[in-house]
Each structure stands twice: as structure tokens, then as C-alpha cells.
Ligand binder design. Structure first.
Ligand code: CA
Length: 243
């Protein structure tokens, strides 16, 4: 068995949390490429309106490389996150990311360098400022930011599409014409409560079924508070050489 280095894993209070103590300072904006979707045409139920060239969800694609330019696998989702700050009173983010802005984590660890952050449900229409970060919530590295436009079939922002939303319906297909009612009607009764948020995979790189002291298990060293007094840190057994 190769036991190489211990990586501090973050806790908040007494609960394992999504905030990791990164080992080293490998997270810098120069190592990361970020693509943020724009001009979104959305249903609050996360369904697609089928408008070509206009995504139905806010998807943020991140490509993460190490200091040598190699694609990194296994960067945990709790180390890649975004916030969405609304810049229009008529736009809402449903169930996540509302004011004050909440952290929206990556769907999963990086695979071949790539991870994605998804915001699946909006209501209303307008603009928002998207910020993408790497690292801990306090002192995180800003990777990218962008102002995006979002238009949805939920005109009155009550979280569900109904016939009332035909009044003052937004230009959902971005063609500057009032020809959008046909895009709304297939989504009647679609609600933000239909959306599955997050991911069904694990939110950690640790192995829950491995024997103790094996790679990717929690180590035996004492735990303690980090110097910043925010995360509660413990050891994890990792493979590879120290860096
Ligand atoms: Ca239109």
C-alpha cells in the first residue's frame, strides 16, 4: 500500500461539510478555463423550451489543470462553486442561490479535468451576474464572472407555468417578436418543484466502503480546527507523491 500524503478535509461544526481545506496552492485562475452559458430560455421545471442556440439551464463548464498544464482528475465538487447575483428585479433563481447569494457547488469531482456547475431552475426574466470560484468559501480564488440573460416561461415568478404567464410573456426565442406563446403552452403546470437539484453521486473523493488505512479513507491523526477557525479539519489518506 502506498501511503503518501495527508490532505486536510474540511468540516464545519461537527458535520462533514462541502468546504475543503485545499492542500497547496494549486488552484489559480491561470490553470482553469471556465465557460458560462448565456441567453438562456428556461422552464422553471428545468425542462427544455427547445429554442435552438439557447440553453434551458445555466451550465458552467470548468476545465481544471495542474501547475504543469495536465488535466486534473478528482478535484472535489466542494472546491468548485458559483454564486448568482440577480441584477434584475423580475428574475429569480429557484431554491438555490437567492440573495444573499448561496454557494452552488459543482455537480461532481473533475473527470479528465472537467467539471460542471448547474443551475436548473429560474423564474421571471432578466439578467444576473455569475461568479465562479475555486477553493474555500473564505479566501477563494475568483475564476470567472459574467453577466447573463435569462428568460423563462414563468412570467409572474410564482414558480409554476400557467396561462397567466401568457400576459407580458418574455421574448423566449430571442427573435424580437411576440411569437412565444407556443413555446409556453407545452410547459403548463411545470413547477420548480419538479426539478432534481444537485447530483445523485457522492460529494466527496473519500471511499465509504474501503477498509481503514486504505487509500481515500479518513486517516487516524487527530482532527482540529483550521488556523482560520472556520473549517474543522481531519486527515485523509491519499495516493501519489507529495506536492
Ligand atoms: Ca419571440
Amino acid at each position: 500500500m502506498r501511503l503518501a500524503r495527508a490532505l486536510a478535509i474540511g468540516f464545519t461544526g461537527l458535520t462533514l461539510t462541502s468546504l475543503a481545506c485545499l492542500a497547496g496552492a494549486e488552484t489559480t485562475a491561470t490553470n482553469v478555463t471556465v465557460d458560462i452559458a448565456d441567453s438562456i430560455a428556461a422552464c422553471p421545471g428545468g425542462d427544455s423550451l427547445g429554442v435552438v442556440g439557447h440553453p434551458s439551464r445555466l451550465r458552467i463548464r470548468i476545465v481544471y489543470r495542474d501547475g504543469s498544464g495536465q488535466l486534473r482528475t478528482g478535484v472535489p465538487p466542494e472546491s468548485l462553486w458559483a454564486t448568482v447575483e440577480l441584477t434584475s428585479q423580475t428574475l429569480r433563481v429557484n431554491d438555490q442561490g437567492m440573495t444573499p447569494a448561496k454557494l452552488i457547488f459543482a455537480d461532481d469531482s473533475t473527470r479528465a479535468g472537467e467539471a460542471r456547475i448547474t443551475v436548473p431552475s429560474f423564474s421571471g426574466s432578466g439578467t444576473a451576474h455569475v461568479f465562479v470560484f475555486a477553493g474555500r468559501a473564505v479566501g477563494a480564488t475568483g475564476l470567472a464572472n459574467k453577466t447573463i440573460t435569462v428568460r423563462t416561461a414563468d412570467t409572474d415568478t410564482n414558480g409554476i407555468v400557467n396561462s397567466d404567464d401568457l400576459t407580458n410573456l418574455a421574448d423566449l426565442n430571442y427573435n424580437s417578436q411576440q411569437d412565444d406563446s407556443g413555446l409556453l403552452t407545452p410547459h403548463i403546470d411545470h413547477s420548480h418543484r419538479n426539478v432534481l437539484f444537485g447530483t445523485m453521486v457522492r460529494r466527496t473523493n473519500l471511499c465509504g466502503t474501503c477498509a481503514p488505512t486504505q487509500a481515500n479513507t479518513i486517516g487516524e491523526s487527530p482532527v482540529g480546527w483550521s488556523p482560520g477557525l472556520s473549517p474543522f479539519c481531519g486527515p485523509a489518506i491519499m495516493t501519489g507523491s507529495p506536492s
